[in-house]
Structures are given as C-alpha cells and as structure tokens.
Ligand binder design. Sequence first.
Ligand SMILES: Cc1cc2nc3c(=O)[nH]c(=O)nc-3n(C[C@H](O)[C@H](O)[C@H](O)COP(=O)(O)OP(=O)(O)OC[C@H]3O[C@@H](n4cnc5c(N)ncnc54)[C@H](O)[C@@H]3O)c2cc1C
Length: 653
Amino acid sequence: MTWEMEKQANDRGMAMDRPIARRDFLNGVAIGVGSIASAMLPDMANGILAGAAEAPARWGYYPPNLTGLRGSHPGSFELAHKLRQGDFPVQAPRATEVYDLVIVGGGISGLAAAYFYRERKPSAHILVLDNHDDFGGHAKRNEFLLGGRIELINGGTLGIDSPRPYSIIAAGLLRKLGVDPVKLDATCAKKNFYSSIGLGRGMFFDRETFGADKLVVGVGSKPWAELLADAPLTARVRTDIARLYEAKIDYMSDLSRGQKKERLAKMSYRDFLVNVARVDPGVVSVFQARTHGEWGVGIDAVGALEVWALRFPGFQGLDLDQPGAAPQAGATPRMGFTASGYAATGGSYRFHFPDGNASIARLLVRSLVPSSISGRSAEDIVTAKADYRKLDRPGAPVRIRLNSIAVSTRNVGEPASAREVEVIYARGGTLAAVRCKAAVLACWNMMIPYLCPDLPEPQKVALKYPVKTPLVYTSVAIRNWRAFAELGVHEIYAPGSYHSSVRLNETVDIGDYLSVRSPDDPMLVHMQRTPCKPGLDQREQHRFGRAELLDTSFEVFERNVRDQLARTLSPGGFDPALDIIAITVNRWPHGYAYEYNPLFDPDWNEHQQPHAIGRAPFGRITIANSDSGAGAYTDSAIDQAHRAIEEVMAIEN
Ligand SMILES: Cc1cc2nc3c(=O)[nH]c(=O)nc-3n(C[C@H](O)[C@H](O)[C@H](O)COP(=O)(O)OP(=O)(O)OC[C@H]3O[C@@H](n4cnc5c(N)ncnc54)[C@H](O)[C@@H]3O)c2cc1C
C-alpha cells in the first residue's frame, strides 16, 4: 500500500471522509451547528468582510454555537494583516456618526472601559467596535446542543484567577456585576466529581516521540516507579523521574537560598533538569510540554524559579521557601508576578463559569445593552440567550458593532489641542468613519502603530515589542465518555502529541445549568495545542507558532483530533468515527498578553518596560487591553480599562 492509500484508509476509519455537518445529529436531535453555521459565515471580498454588516441583525445569528475554525475566525483578521503589509490604503470617508467615546475592541477590556465610562458619564453615547463576529475577545463561549441539553465550554479564558490578588477595581467590577467568586466556589463548583467516581490523571506517550503508544493512569496517586513501569521509557529515565518527584535532594547545597533563587531565575527548567539535577536527557521529552498551557512555550524557555512556584518536581530538597512565608512565595523581584502569585491568590478565585469568563463578558454586555440578554444574576447569565440583533440599535446609549475592524484612529488636529478623534473601520465590504470626543484602543498593542501611524516612534517600537502567545483550545463533542470511565481517566497530559493536553469538561452546576453526570451522556472534551519552536527565545517561538496556526486548515486539526483521541482512548472502546460528533477549534494566533521572561528580556525597571512606554495617552486617544498591563489575565484587562478611562476623564476635564 502506498503512503497515500494508507492515509485514505486511516481517514476512512476515523470518518474523515464524511462531512462534519452530517455527523451533527445525536439521538435524532440536531446540535445546531454545521450547515447553518457555514451559511452564516461572512464571505471575504478583497480582505474586507463582505455580507457581515447585516449579519447580527438577522434572526438566528448566534456565533457561540458555530463549529469549525473559531477564535480568530476566517474573515476577522485578514484586513489587519494587509494594513501591516502597507497593502491597504485607507481613504477617509465622511463621518456619519458622532459619539462621546469609541472603543476599539470588544473584549473584557473594551467592555469594561465602556462600563467605567458610563459610571462616570451616565448619559454618554458609546460605540464599541470589534473585528470578530462575537463579543468577548478571548473570553468566548462555545455552546453545543447535545441530546437536547445545552453543553457549555470555554473557547478561551476560563478562570477568574490571577497570580496577584484582584485589585479593588477588578474585584469591585465583578462585585457590581453580581459575581462573588468565593460564594460561587462554595455553591457551584463540583471540583472533585471525577475523582469521586474513581477517575484520575494520565499521561499518553506517543510512538513518534517515545517509540510506542501508551496511556498510563494514576499520576499523583500511584508511586512513580509503578506508574511508569509499562511506559516506553528507559529504566534510567523512569528512575530519574521518580527521583525528581520523590527524593529530597539539595542539588545546590553550596549556595545560600538567595543565591539559589538568583541562579534559578536565569536558568531554564530544562537546564535545571539536565545540568543541576543531572537527569538523563530522555527525561526532558517527558516534561517538555508541561509549561505549554501557562506560557505557550516548553521547558527550554521557562525559568526554573517560575516552575518552582508551580510546584514542578526537583526543588523540594532546595529549601527555597522563606521560614514562615507561604510555600512558594518570595521569589526575586525579577520574577514579576509569576512566582509570587499563585500562593497570594489563594483559593478565592477558583470558581469558573461553565463557559469561562465569557459569562463576565456577557454580564458586561447585559449591563451595557440590557435588552440584549435577559436576567439579573450571575447564575442566570449562564443559560440566558443573547439576542445579537439588539447590540447595535440606532439611538441606544451603547452600541456594540461586530464584524467591524478599525483601520485608522487619529486626533483631528494636533494631538495636544485636538477636540475630536476620527475612527475609520471596515465592515461589510465598505469603510465607514465616526467621530468622537475620545477613543480607547482596547485592542492589541501590536495593531496600534498601524491604526495610529502618527504616534511617536519610540511608542510605536514599544507597542510592537510584545508577541502574544499563540494557542488553540479545541472543543470536541463526543457521544458518551464511557472510554474515559473505562480507562479510569479524566485528564491526560500528552507531551509529544499534537494537542499536549486532553480533559473532560469540568463540572459546574450553576443556576439552571447542570453539568453531565453519567458516562453514557454526551460530553465535551477540551484539548490544548501550543505551537512553538524549542531552542528559540520566547518571542521568536511565538512568531513561529502564530505562522503555523494561520497556515493550518480545519481539516488538519480535525485529522489530528481524531487520530489522537483514537490512539489514546481506543483501549477503552473509543471509536472516532462513531463517537466524535462536532469539533470547534478556537484558534488564537494572538493569545495571551506577553509577560516578560527573565531568561530573554532585559532587567528593565518598571518605567522602561515596553508596555509602560506603549500605553501613554496620545491626544484624545488612550490605550487599554491586557497587553498594556503585560499581564495575560482578566484582572489586567479590567485594571487597564479603568486606567484608560481615568485618562480620558483627565483629558476631557
Ligand atoms: C486561550 C486563552 C485562555 C486564557 N485563560 C485565561 C484564564 O483562565 N484566566 C484569565 O484571567 N485570563 C486568561 N486569559 C487571558 C485573558 O483572556 C485576557 O487577559 C483578557 O480577556 C484580555 O482581554 P482584552 O480585552 O485585553 O483583549 P482581547 O480579549 O483580546 O480583546 C481585544 C479585542 O479587540 C479586537 N481587536 C483587535 N484589533 C482590532 C481592530 N483593529 N478593530 C476592532 N477590534 C480589534 C480583538 O480581535 C479582540 O476581540 C486567556 C487568554 C487566552 C487567549
């Protein structure tokens, strides 16, 4: 058999030859995706979203239930790339609308900015522009109708957590929206459901990396020697992993605690393993992807001190904790918030909504445009349906305009004396202009120099410095999860596989939303992929990963999902052709905000850091978004929105 014939046979076995829309039926109930979805997707004409302008006004427009390539979906970003290439001359049309404030970006930061401005100016008229077909930015909702029930999962941002305690501003906004994470944590989160029914954590070793496909189950519950007994690893690798986890050895006994931390802050975890703990190089392959979810790069590009804070193995004999301090606290200042953080956050923010922080975005939208989402509590927001037709109504105090990409933002006149800002955006194949008293750019830092070419050169350089982390959250709807139950596993780390982690949807019961209980019921599976290129510095790795993501078709994702789930779960009876019923690939080529990496970035003082230089107000234009706080967390997006609005108030007064 030729390679091509073999591939076709494999594809047939995984049902790659059947169109996904036809697989979107379960128990005779359509899951509300597929053919409807593709009919609603905007066409592209010359890089401008054609046909998208009227889409939200149509009955049935409901992006959360679209499958296929989501996140930065086709049609949302191409124009931005043309603008970057200088391939899109912007000719200013005459402004047809006037607002008090225009906000570019309808993520948590942009929506929070609208909220804060309305608090200060209740009668203000605000326009929010976003290039995606849905609001929320990274905080996106994936919604499936499976077997007659709504199943929710996060397409991006999940947790109301942060390495720092939430500020008064960020915690205050949540309180005003009715979100009390501590109370919700106590009442809604069913954290130990899977362990209560005997499911544990596993590791999958793939044949391409380790020589054989093998799932081992019992991470954290079995002794390492027992767990790895059948793993395709050499005896030396198995012994070294067990030593890392179980032995209490001070590998740096000639140094003081402070000296150890100084060294560990500037050393990758990979180097710590190989050069300090002196493990067999084969151990590196096992740990390589352990940092993907948090930083988007492998252990070659993450500092050892940072992973010490996350309780990675090998440090327990080094006596790094300060006497009397919380475990893992007290890293060097260079570590910024990454190391001091997790301890400080404590358990207060462990609760998350079933669709992650999309619920926070939806609460913000409900507060800004009350007619668009019904209900009044943080519990009922979860099942409330959003009416997208209401988001952009003439005369409404706040209008949220989707499928609209800003291409120019300029002070009308000299920045210091300007009385107005003009914002030009593309929508539905045409350009439109609006004028406003001030504009907040709650979009992405690297986009801003192209929107505002008049910015001072050093500010543009600073704004271009961060490279956002590319990553993919894939949501897979499956017919039942008997294979997981059979194998005794709910979460799998897969260091060499296409997606480096696979887990059953977390169980949260809130309001009318009840999560799945029986393995016979349909279920959502969350898979994560973080494309990167070990050996390069972090920003280069992100650039590499972003290019890869933009170049990968849905078909490639789908084939890899089917292949990986089949190889991991078939010993439990999983059949990808029968069991997979829908796939949503949440693709984020510009994901997490960049956080400085002590291995690669200079030891700037706070004011020299690019994000601090980049966020300076420019005339009547201010800058929000999580990039401007150099923190890839929801609290950063909110705090920066508040700062940007305070700057607007100072300009206006
Ligand atoms: C996959 C993923 C998981 C995450 N998980 C967590 C988590 O668990 N907890 C947590 O606290 N944080 C998490 N984060 C980070 C968190 O999502 C962000 O910090 C926060 O939501 C960012 O909000 P933002 O409004 O600053 O940016 P975004 O959410 O990116 O919103 C900015 C919006 O502006 C739009 N935009 C850009 N340019 C233009 C333009 N020219 N015209 C119009 N619109 C434009 C963008 O497309 C986007 O929709 C996660 C991020 C990602 C990507």
